[in-house]
Write a protein that binds this ligand. Structure first.
Ligand SMILES: Cc1cc2nc3c(=O)[nH]c(=O)nc-3n(C[C@H](O)[C@H](O)[C@H](O)COP(=O)(O)OP(=O)(O)OC[C@H]3O[C@@H](n4cnc5c(N)ncnc54)[C@H](O)[C@@H]3O)c2cc1C
Ligand code: FES
Ligand code: FES
Length: 491
């Protein structure tokens, strides 16, 4: 058992043995290390002022990810290198992303600038040269209230265009070796029986520990739990972090199925789900921000039981099976069966999610639409996911329809499904009956995101849009950006 967390900071190994389990990385940086370059804005993962970069060894490769330090727990940096804005300039020379921000006037009051520089650093470190969309996606988690984004985006292009052997990049090998040396297979526990930050290294150790402490809080990416700390000021005396559990993040592709491990990040989920269908890729592109996707996990998005989580409706429509474990006992259930009532899931004390398996579409027609007030980094008002198995004669053999935002849980639209099963996909009357049947399926609420009437109307429109696209085999008339047309052209 290791009694400290260890991470790399400015070429030195830091060992932290005494810290409150819920300490955030931002507080440690600003209050303990006194590195105040990293700013605190919203404290809830939205503005990106606190962005830092974590470098980890993944399959032998050094991978840089931007994360929101305000909602990341200190213990979660175990095994990583932590880079902040103070670390970039060397020998009086700015890093290329900093230099480009200066030259393009990408900063005015400067409050957002450290976070923007760190997001650009993570992009720079990929070695890729993305298009404008790629750059704006990378910056979607960073708000700037004074400069405006044009100079910042221009700075990004300048920096990415001049990828050079900066002294910072030359340390990569050294960093990779230091991170490899930090690796071990020990379970970690900082604290005592009453209050601890624990990071078990195996599924067995996790199962045992959680059974012994069913009152502990499981933390995967902390993009939800972090807000309990910073916004609700919740005391979390016992924390079990899942990020060290070997194999829990596995992504397994088989001929007919895809299995996502509970701690697979949303970045990895985007790669895997995006390969199944372009709408799933688009859904994941709009999931939070790069910082949220780099930390947040599949298991966290399902286990939090949010009625407006984006993954659950999409996975339910695909026909997903959830995997759970408690002690030595494992069980599986259809994902829709996991959500019992508002924030109430079919999960026993000491039980945790180990993964989720979906059927690959394999010829089935998939559509997924997220409706939000703001295009980027916003939670859904309504999210609709559709999967239709079509017979050769154009009738619907099986319809799976699931919505988020329409009930206290992510839920299937069984009445609408029943109307469509056996109907011709272009049968307008059947489509209208299915839309009407949504009133049997759902009685949505009015809240600050949307009114009940708006939600009803949107849910019906999304279903109609999915049916029209599938019937015509085209989405040019239903979208501003016609994905399917592009995909068909590529095929
Ligand atoms: C700025 C911002 C934007 C966001 N945007 C979106 C969005 O667009 N769409 C969306 O759906 N969500 C969004 N979220 C919410 C959040 O990012 C997701 O729900 C994310 O998937 C949570 O994963 P996590 O690993 O961070 O969960 P955590 O915060 O670590 O955990 C969430 C909950 O799940 C439990 N838990 C975690 N893993 C397990 C497990 N394996 N077994 C049992 N219980 C477990 C935890 O105890 C906790 O109750 C956003 C959040 C922020 C801060
Ligand atoms: S302070 Fe706003 S995202 Fe962290
Ligand atoms: S420069 Fe002031 S917020 Fe961006």
């Amino acid at each position: 058992m290791r009694r400290a967390i260890r991470f790399l900071r400015r070429n030195e190994t830091v060992e932290a043995r005494n810290f409150e389990p819920r300490t955030t990385l931002l507080d440690w940086l600003r209050l303990t290390e006194r590195s105040t370059g990293t700013k605190e804005g919203c404290g809830e993962g939205d503005c990106g002022a606190c962005t830092v970069v974590l470098r980890r060894l993944v399959d032998g490769r050094l991978v840089s990810n931007p994360v929101n330090a305000c909602i990341l727990l200190l213990g979660q940096v175990d095994g990583a290198e932590v880079l902040t804005v103070e670390d970039l300039a060397a020998d009086g020379r700015l890093h290329p992303v900093q230099q480009a921000m200066v030259e393009r006037h990408g900063s005015q009051c400067g409050f957002c600038t450290p976070g923007i520089v760190m997001s650009l650093l993570a992009l720079y470190e990929t070695g890729e040269t993305p298009d404008r969309q790629g750059v704006t996606d990378a910056l979607a988690g960073n708000l700037c209230r004074c400069t405006g984004y044009r100079p910042i985006v221009e700075a990004a292009f300048d920096a990415l265009g001049r990828i050079e052997a900066d002294p910072f990049a030359q340390r990569r090998l050294e960093v990779a070796e230091a991170l490899a040396a930090l690796r071990d297979e020990a379970d970690v526990l900082v604290g005592d029986e009453r209050s601890f930050f624990a990071a078990p290294a195996s599924m067995e150790a996790l199962a045992r520990l959680y059974l012994d402490h069913p009152d502990a809080t499981l933390v995967a990416g902390a993009t939800d739990v972090g807000l309990w700390v910073t916004k609700a000021l919740t005391d979390l005396p016992k924390i079990i972090w899942l990020g060290r559990v070997a194999g829990l993040d596995a992504v397994m592709e088989e001929e007919a199925t895809l299995t996502l491990g509970a701690t697979a990040t949303l970045v990895r989920a985007r790669e895997a789900l995006g390969a199944l269908d372009p709408d799933l890729d688009e859904l994941m592109r709009r999931f939070g921000s790069q910082q949220v996707r780099a930390s947040g996990t599949v298991g966290g998005n399902i286990a939090n039981g949010s009625p407006i989580g984006d993954l659950a409706p999409a996975l339910i429509a695909l026909g997903a099976t959830l995997h759970l474990r408690r002690g030595d006992a494992s069980r599986r259930l259809p994902l829709e069966g996991f959500f019992l009532d508002y924030r109430k899931q079919d999960r026993q004390p000491g039980e945790f999610v180990t993964g989720v398996t979906v059927r690959k579409p394999a010829g089935r027609q998939v559509r997924a639409f997220k409706v939000t007030k703001r295009f980027d980094e916003d939670i859904s008002a309504v999210m609709g996911a559709f999967c239709f198995d079509m017979a050769d004669d154009g009738t619907v053999r099986e319809a799976r329809i699931a919505y988020g935002g329409m009930a206290g849980i992510p839920k299937r639209a069984r009445a609408a499904e029943a109307v469509l099963t056996g109907a011709a996909i272009d049968d307008r009357a059947a489509a209208e009956r299915a839309v009407a049947a949504l009133d049997t399926d759902f009685a949505p609420l009015t809240d600050h995101r949307a009114s009940a009437a708006y939600r009803r109307r949107v849910a019906g429109n999304l279903l109609m849009k999915a049916l029209m696209e599938i019937a015509t085999g085209d989405d040019a008339a239903t979208r501003l950006i016609a994905h399917r047309e592009v995909r068909h052209a590529a095929e």
